[in-house]
Ligand binder design. Structure first.
Ligand code: ADP
Length: 390
């Protein structure tokens, strides 16, 4: 065989990921399987994905030169988080780099005000809301919608940081003091009596072709997602409505890649809470629990490859997040005990243990929900040494 036949193609398609956290790390697992070339831009050389990958640039996501140097060495750029400033995204697009999702799609993901306004304009179901720059607008909003009022920073919040529940007028002064100096509008909403928090993943190719996953339940505790139950325990009409919403939201966002739509079920109806235009915590169950993992699906979408089957691999799939224990200990040390739980798929993100930090997750598959849940929680509580919270 001649060298020409054995040498790899001269140019190999390269995907760049801005950010090297757990989402990038799990995307690499799929990239290995598909032999898709990936280059990372890591904030720090010891970030969870950077320390297990060879092709890494180190630089901050808010440094135009750093992000540009990644883009210049890739055919397509994607993201592990929402931290790249909009001005950098638009500059790179203007320079001809291909961002998937695009700057316009990411602008939506970075801004709760834009999401509410665009979804409301399309007639999609959203909570009643008002945009204000002044916390002193809260009492007037409460006059119409009642207390409590939920106030959210339009930009910059995550994991419940950036969300306040104001129970009465006396809370407003403290709230105003807390957010003083933050240059972002507020989204005011009534406090919704949420029966279930739900999420649905949808992947979309550049030509608009879509693949939607089953609707799942995201069980929260203290504003943090603790558990995913797939499929969601809802009637088929609600599940069908969620699928329809996911299709419409993905088209409205004009996304290329995977996205998650977070929903509230209240009074038998769905409301859109927020979107994330990347692989999402609520989708980790797909790694073993669905035919195509969300990470592989994201790579397929941004590379414009055929999308994969989104069906579940078992009647019940449960994922429990592993949070850093209060005593600061590292759950990895309990791995031998947890691995003895049958069928527990354990993932660690390569992050240092800190109380409350998401360090990994456990997924189980089964026929019976209680049994599947119990197994996932057994492995998770063996790892953290903490009690099951519910
Ligand atoms: P983040 O972007 O920080 O995740 P979210 O907007 O998703 O913030 O809100 C975090 C959590 O706060 C939600 O998962 C939900 O439990 C609760 N929440 C948000 N909005 C409302 C609301 N209008 N009424 C009641 N609870 C809410």
């Amino acid at each position: 065989m001649s060298d020409a036949q054995t040498a790899p193609p001269a140019t190999r398609a390269m995907a760049g990921i801005v950010g090297a956290g757990q989402l990038a790390r799990m995307t690499l697992q799929s990239a290995i399987a598909l032999d898709v070339s990936v280059r990372l831009l890591a904030d720090r050389a010891d970030d969870g994905a950077a320390k297990i990958w060879r092709d890494v640039l180190v630089g901050a996501p808010n440094d135009l030169d750093a992000v540009r140097s990644l883009a210049a060495r890739c055919d397509v750029v994607t993201f592990d988080h929402e931290l790249v400033p909009h001005a950098i995204l638009t500059t790179l697009e203007a320079e001809g780099f291909v961002l998937r999702p695009s700057a316009a799609t990411l602008a939506l993901a970075q801004d709760k005000q834009k999401q509410r306004e665009s979804h409301a304009a399309l007639g999609l179901p959203v909570p009643p809301f008002q945009i204000s720059h002044d916390p002193n607008a809260v009492p007037a909003f409460a006059k119409v919608h009642g207390w409590p009022v939920v106030a959210k920073l339009a930009r910059g919040g995550y994991d419940g940081r950036g969300v306040w529940v104001l129970r009465h007028e006396q809370d407003v002064a403290d709230f105003a003091a807390e957010i003083a100096g933050r240059d972002t509008p507020l989204v005011l909403e009534p406090f919704i009596s949420i029966e279930q928090e739900l999420a649905i993943l949808v992947a979309r190719r550049p030509n608009g072709e879509q693949a939607v996953y089953p609707l799942v339940e995201t069980v929260q505790n203290d504003g943090i997602n603790r558990e995913i139950i797939a499929p969601a325990r809802v009637n088929p009409e609600l599940a069908a409505e969620a699928t329809e919403i996911a299709h419409r939201v993905a088209d409205a966002a004009d996304i290329t890649g995977i996205m998650a739509v977070e929903l509230f079920a209240t009074g038998g109806k769905l409301l859109i809470n927020e979107i994330a235009t990347r692989p999402h915590n609520s989708g980790h169950y797909t790694m073993e629990g669905a035919v195509t993992s969300q990470f592989e699906q994201h790579l397929r979408a941004i590379r414009d490859l055929p999308l994969g089957d989104t069906r579940l691999n078992a009647p019940q799939v449960v994922t429990v997040n592993i949070l850093g224990p209060a005593d600061g200990s590292d759950p990895v040390r309990q791995l031998p005990e947890a691995l003895a739980v049958p069928g527990a798929h354990i993932h660690f993100y390569g992050k240092g243990a800190r109380p409350g930090r998401k360090l990994g997750h456990v997924t189980t598959l089964g026929d019976n929900l209680d049994e599947t849940r119990n197994r996932a929680w057994r492995a998770a509580t063996l790892l953290t040494g903490e009690e099951r919270p519910f």
